[in-house]
Design a protein around this ligand. Structure first.
Ligand code: ADP
Ligand code: MG
Length: 255
């Protein structure tokens, strides 16, 4: 999509768990080429919103439009095939496999071929193509010369970056990241931030759900702030940081 065009819109999203309204009529948009952050204090509804917009959990009400299709209720595999890639808060790599094979697995998300097919029935040419693409993605994130190491041997920060490469191998239109900086050391956070900025330069659109305010403020073009399930504020980092309602929400929380 052309930079600036709308690729995702969440319209009046609601999620109830019994009597609790975890997401209460939230609407926002994501435009091609931007990094947008979804933040808020603990319990604000960020993870629930993340699950709704990636179709990981059913919505109580509302719509999610991705590239002009209503994707709410679609199976994960279908959503991935349309070009929406996500990572997980807890790393989901295969530790006993090489970096290259981990990333290669990601390449199948877009083609729809299952892991079994990937392992057993791809013809040689197809397999070569997938491995080449995986190698290209590893080079893109600066791990090109370590492709045959085991994923489990990497420090956490590098595993997070590898997860992003795996998501990129599916050639996504939108990359949705769930707390990518959680648990990382300062240097690892800096490396991650640098990578995400580079990806934006290359035209990747990124939605990042993040708890770490400092990390997110330096990175994003725009922020959506949630509190008690509702959208509190939306705007550029400087405006959000200065907003009294945001300060009050964060001060009132345990973080
Ligand atoms: P955040 O990610 O911003 O910390 P969550 O989306 O995890 O917030 O949670 C929002 C609210 O919804 C919280 O009050 C939480 O306890 C509640 N909640 C989240 N998931 C569930 C669930 N599966 N069942 C019941 N309540 C839930
Ligand atoms: Mg959460």
């Amino acid at each position: 999509p052309v930079r600036g065009t709308r690729i995702l819109s969440v319209e009046g999203a609601v999620k109830r768990f019994g009597g609790l309204v975890a997401v209460n009529d939230v609407s926002f948009e994501v435009n091609a080429g931007e990094i947008i952050g979804l933040i808020g204090p603990n319990g604000a509804g960020k993870s629930t919103m993340f699950n709704l917009l990636t179709c990981t959990a059913p919505m109580t009400a509302g719509k999610v439009r991705f590239l002009d299709r209503d994707i709410a209720g679609l199976p994960q595999r279908e959503v991935a095939r349309l070009g929406l890639a996500r990572t997980f808060q807890h790393v989901k790599l295969r530790p006993q496999m090489t970096l290259l094979d981990n990333v290669a697995l990601g390449a199948y998300a877009r083609t729809g071929a299952g892991v079994l097919k990937a392992g057993l029935r791809l013809d040689r040419a197809e397999e070569q193509q997938v491995l080449q693409e995986a190698q290209r993605q590893l080079a893109r994130i600066g791990l090109g010369d370590r492709s045959h190491e085991l994923a489990g041997s990497l420090p956490l920060g590098t595993q997070r970056i590898l997860e992003i490469a795996r998501a990129l191998a599916a050639d996504p239109v939108l990359l949705v990241l769930d707390e990518p900086a959680a648990g990382l050391r300062r240097k690892e956070k800096m490396a991650l931030g640098e990578l995400l900025r580079k990806l934006r330069e290359e035209g990747v659109t990124i939605l990042i759900v993040e708890h770490d305010m400092d990390f997110v403020m330096k990175l994003v073009d725009r922020l959506v702030v949630m509190n008690f399930g509702s959208k509190l504020v939306e705007g550029v980092p400087a405006a959000v940081r200065a907003d009294e309602r945001v300060q009050a929400a964060y001060l009132g929380s345990v973080v």
